[in-house]
Design a protein around this ligand. Structure first.
Ligand code: SF4
Ligand code: SF4
Length: 197
């Protein structure tokens, strides 16, 4: 997930036959630079992305909450699907110990179990959960009410800032200063990944 957030590689989720995130009323962001993806999407399925610079578009969903590109249970533009779809990884809810807010995804999330082959794996998983708890307890770090209510955003931010919760990281250097450092890290990650603060 860290690599996906850094746009170094897509999330490689073993989804199997699941397509829950294509039919649970997600608005999919399509960036200006995703030119090939845009050529694959029918014009009528693309809408302006409110609050983002011109050129940013979104794919909406139908009355049943399904993406219009989902046909017979399959994504019709899978090879060229938007970056937002490539980087979505429902395992982050399980990793951060946060309940998904969509029932079909929550059912998938319950499937995941993590192996921790090394101490570093155990430490990082504990740090991700600690980061998620901290962000929820200090949700004032997130300026918008919508962001504070969004469990996906909290889980993504927990992955992004978890290193501050590793032993020997920022948390070890005094509570007040570490809280400020974590708050700054959350605000910066939120701005970078979601475009608001
Ligand atoms: S909900 Fe999870 S398992 Fe299902 S399609 Fe989305 S990412 Fe894959
Ligand atoms: S574009 Fe494809 S992968 Fe993305 S939500 Fe729509 S059907 Fe799913």
């Amino acid at each position: 997930m860290q690599a996906a957030l850094a746009e170094e590689q897509p999330a490689e989720v073993p989804c199997g036959d699941c397509n829950a995130c294509c039919r649970t009323a997600h608005v999919i962001h399509v960036r200006t630079e995703e030119k090939r993806t845009r050529t694959r999407i029918p014009r009528k399925a693309l809408l302006p992305a409110l609050g983002l610079p011109p050129g940013n578009l979104v794919i909406g969903y139908d009355q049943a909450g399904c993406c219009p590109l989902l046909v017979d249970g399959r994504c019709t533009i899978y090879e060229d699907r938007p970056l937002a779809c490539r980087t979505f990884d429902c395992r982050i809810y399980a990793a951060a110990d946060i309940a998904a807010d969509r029932a079909a995804i929550a059912r998938q999330v319950e499937r995941w179990r993590f192996a921790h082959p090394s101490q570093d794996d155990r430490d990082r998983h504990a740090a991700v959960m600690a980061a998620a708890r901290h962000i929820r307890q200090h949700s004032e770090c997130l300026a918008s009410a919508a962001a504070r209510r969004d469990p996906l955003r909290v889980a993504v931010l927990a992955i992004a800032v978890h290193e501050a919760f590793l032993q020997g990281g920022t948390r070890a250097s005094g509570r007040e200063s570490s809280d400020r450092a974590v708050a700054r890290a959350v605000v910066a990650a939120n701005e970078k990944l979601f475009g608001d603060c």
